[in-house]
Design a protein around this ligand. Structure first.
Ligand code: PMV
Length: 327
């Protein structure tokens, strides 16, 4: 039997209306809330998959190093695809990120989006099969969003999620400047942190209750291309998620002093009339989202803050796509 190979590229995404928390009904990694994200062109994951009859189990090389800690999630995703394709072949997976891994830059989202599409192609499955989103979600709750480019929504529907593009990268161009404040991995994974928040934060119920209103409002400001409205809403939703994180027991304190300095600076820029807002995920990096004309200034000023190691800048990215195997 021959080796079946394929490769794909995906970009991480950053949520403007966040997902934090999982449904507690025993379902496979279903988010407790809907979310809305933008896909980031500047960061890139490239994943190669080879289903090989000689393998006894799945193997993963992440940035050139064997990643046994990912084995369970990887095999769960591949099992779901093997069930659809009717095969028991095991796979060798090689994935590379051109940005810090596991440090609040959504490497698991781009990683599992690229893995799902490459593995599906290697098995001869249809790229547009709606089940691919469900498979990517087994690996990371935010991974289905990286299947698409531009502005993307992820909605809960019964025991499934439905993901779709709302605006293409050119419908409402934005630039994203990432202020990298550490290259280190985070201490507590999103997956563990979410469970702890659900079980212990007194603010978790309020987070769930107020979330549909944030999603509705976001769709309306997107429709109107209302940058100021989106800025207020995205910052509010981000800070609300961090209020839940901070009030989790033990607390999830993902920010560093540099994170906070960036947030104050971005708020001041907006007060001065610069169209920019912030968002922060489960790590100390800050993402500044701005209209493209403001990106030079935003990047220059964030890069000049004490503690900012470097900045990464780019526009809205495309969805996942296949690349030649020997590229
Ligand atoms: O997809 P996960 O399990 O890594 O969780 C992502 C959680 C946040 O990045 C904090 C929020 C989000 O919606 O992306």
């Amino acid at each position: 039997m021959t080796i079946q190979r394929a490769a794909a590229v995906a970009h991480p995404n950053v949520a403007l209306i966040k997902y934090w928390g999982k449904r507690s009904d025993g379902s496979v990694n279903l988010p407790a809330v809907d979310s809305l994200s933008v896909t980031l062109a500047a960061l890139r994951t490239e994943t190669r998959v080879a289903f090989d009859p000689a393998l006894a189990e799945d193997e993963l090389l992440l940035n050139g190093v064997a990643a046994s800690g990912e084995q369970v999630r990887l095999t769960a995703c591949l099992d779901a695809l093997r069930a659809v394709a009717g095969t028991s072949l095991r796979a060798r997976v090689e994935s590379r990120n051109d940005f810090p891994t596991g440090a609040g830059l959504a490497s698991s989202a781009s990683g599992y989006a690229a893995l799902t599409v490459a593995a599906a192609a290697a098995l001869g499955l249809d790229r547009d099969d709606p089940r691919l989103g469900e498979v990517a979600r087994i690996g990371s709750g935010s991974a289905p969003r990286s299947l698409y480019g531009g502005f993307v929504e992820l909605r809960n529907r019964a025991d499934q999620t439905i993901c779709r593009q709302l605006l293409s990268p050119t419908d409402w161009p934005m630039d994203i400047v990432v202020a990298v404040t550490t290259e280190a991995g985070k201490e507590i994974s999103s997956r563990d942190g979410m469970t702890q928040s659900r079980d212990s934060s007194p603010f978790y119920a309020a987070w769930l209750d107020s979330h549909p209103g944030d999603m509705d409002a976001a769709l309306s400001v997107l429709g109107e291309r209302d940058f100021g409205g989106l800025a207020d809403l995205a910052e509010h939703n981000c800070l609300k998620m961090h209020a839940v994180m901070l009030t989790t027991r033990p607390p999830l304190m993902y920010w560093s002093p540099t994170t906070l300095a960036c947030l104050h600076h971005i708020r001041q820029l907006r007060k001065d009339g610069v169209p920019v807002f912030f968002t922060v995920d489960a790590g100390p990096q800050v993402k500044a989202i701005c209209l493209p004309a403001a990106a030079d200034r935003v990047e220059r000023e964030l890069a000049g803050l004490d503690g900012v190691l470097r900045t990464i800048r780019g526009g809205l990215g495309a969805g996942v796509r296949l690349i030649p195997v020997d590229d």
